[in-house]
Design a protein around this ligand. Structure first.
Ligand code: NAD
Ligand code: ZN
Length: 370
């Protein structure tokens, strides 16, 4: 088992990564959450039938009174209506202050479950059991929890750290191919951010990664969590440094918004966004052309898009993305701030000339020279 400690003073917790960790949840709960007598497992209609019973059995065997609740699957359900149903179910189950909420699923279940745990009875213990690659390497670590508002994604939320994270590598075996790619895009992001071992794995072991070699996947997951936990440790509430985790996300979010969140999975938009910032930095003479090529080639070989596919191209897409960028949260004094790679393993935050930004976004949208 790999154990990563997220050091955050009294909010510190452990992230445990292993194959078949779900069946050990009960004994781990005894060890890490000795006071918990009740567990409320929140999952969804896809993950619940696969792993719900295993988690419930393990917790009950450890003498913990356990309830399970399945929410519908999908980002569309990360909303107030479902949150209210979860509160109702928590009350119905008579979960008390000493109880715990276990989020078994991808980032949607984790984000909504975390917000429910943060607010129910002013906060009960929260355990993340991430089952998607994205949730294991990204959303289950760092304590950002939220639901969507009709006006935007993740607008209603909190910082609420879990008490424990159990990442079961065996659960990834049932993950659909496209969800693997979404997670891999974030892993490439960590590779560019941190360089070192994770980057070497991406450069040297792509065939093993594509074949989902268990040893290589474990290393990628553990390295990614370490990188994220390290950044979160230095800046828990995103007052500065934590922003670097948004590498590739500014253009990515613009693209997701301009396509109504219907065309690209988040990681696919991030892949295109990563190519965008690498090109921006390269054109500014701050990043090598070779590294820019290398990032593009790794993403492409992983099956991720590195530009807007022809079938999605349309008039004014670039203009709409640029419009979203200028309304983005990260705009300061009218200029969009970007996380830019300067070498593999090193990024800087800064603004870029508007004309260059427009040029690159047009290129990504297949509108160059039009
Ligand atoms: N809190 C954060 O810091 C943070 C960071 C990144 C993303 N997020 C949020 O995470 C969400 C995206 O997370 P996601 O990509 O995991 O999406 P998701 O939760 O929708 O999961 C993707 C799909 O995979 C299915 N799935 C999950 N695990 C499975 C398994 N083991 N076997 C079979 N199917 C499985 C899910 O049911 C779903 O259909 C977004 O809402 C995003 O805002 C939060
Ligand atoms: Zn992301």
């Amino acid at each position: 088992m790999d154990i990563i400690r997220q050091n955050l003073g009294e909010n510190s917790y452990q992230i445990l990564v292993d194959e078949d960790i779900i069946p050990k949840a009960g004994s781990l709960a005894r060890e890490y959450l000795p006071n918990t007598r009740q567990a409320f497992v929140l999952t969804n209609t896809t993950v619940g039938p696969l792993y719900g019973q295993k988690l419930v059995d393990s917790l009950e065997k450890a003498g913990i009174q356990t309830f399970i609740y399945q929410m519908p699957d999908g980002e569309d359900h990360k909303n107030f209506a479902v949150l209210n149903e979860v509160y109702d179910a928590l009350l119905e189950a008579k979960i008390e202050r000493q109880g715990s909420l276990w989020a078994l699923g991808g980032g949607v279940v984790g984000d909504l479950g975390g917000f429910a745990a943060a607010t129910y009875l002013r906060g009960i213990a929260f355990v993340q059991v991430p089952t998607s690659l994205l949730a294991q390497v990204d959303s289950s670590v760092g304590g950002k929890v939220a639901v969507n508002h009709p006006k935007g994604k993740n607008l209603i939320g909190a910082f609420y750290q879990p008490s424990l994270v159990l990442a079961d590598l065996a659960a990834l075996n049932t993950l659909p191919e496209r969800e693997w790619q979404v997670g891999l895009a974030e892993i490439v992001k960590y590779g560019v951010l941190a360089g070192g071992e994770i980057w070497q794995l991406l450069v040297n072991h792509l065939p093993l990664i594509k074949a989902k070699d268990p040893d290589v996947i474990r290393k990628l997951v553990v390295q990614s969590i370490k990188i994220k936990a390290d950044v979160v440790e230095k800046d828990e509430r995103e007052s500065g440094l934590r922003m670097i985790l948004n590498l590739g996300h500014t253009i990515g979010h613009g693209l997701e918004a301009a396509t109504g969140y219907k065309v690209f999975r988040h990681g696919e938009a991030v892949a295109i966004g990563l190519v965008g910032v690498a090109r921006l930095a390269a054109r500014l003479g701050r990043f090598s052309q070779e590294s820019c090529q290398q990032i593009t080639s790794i993403l492409a070989r992983l099956g991720l898009p590195v530009a807007v596919p022809q079938s999605v191209q349309r008039n004014n897409l670039a203009q709409e993305i640029l419009g979203h960028l200028s309304r983005d949260k990260k705009v300061q004094k009218g200029e969009v701030r970007f996380v830019l790679p300067v070498e593999i393993g090193k990024v800087e935050v800064g603004t870029v000339p508007q004309k260059l930004l427009e040029e690159i976004v047009r290129e990504l949208c297949g509108e160059a020279g039009k």
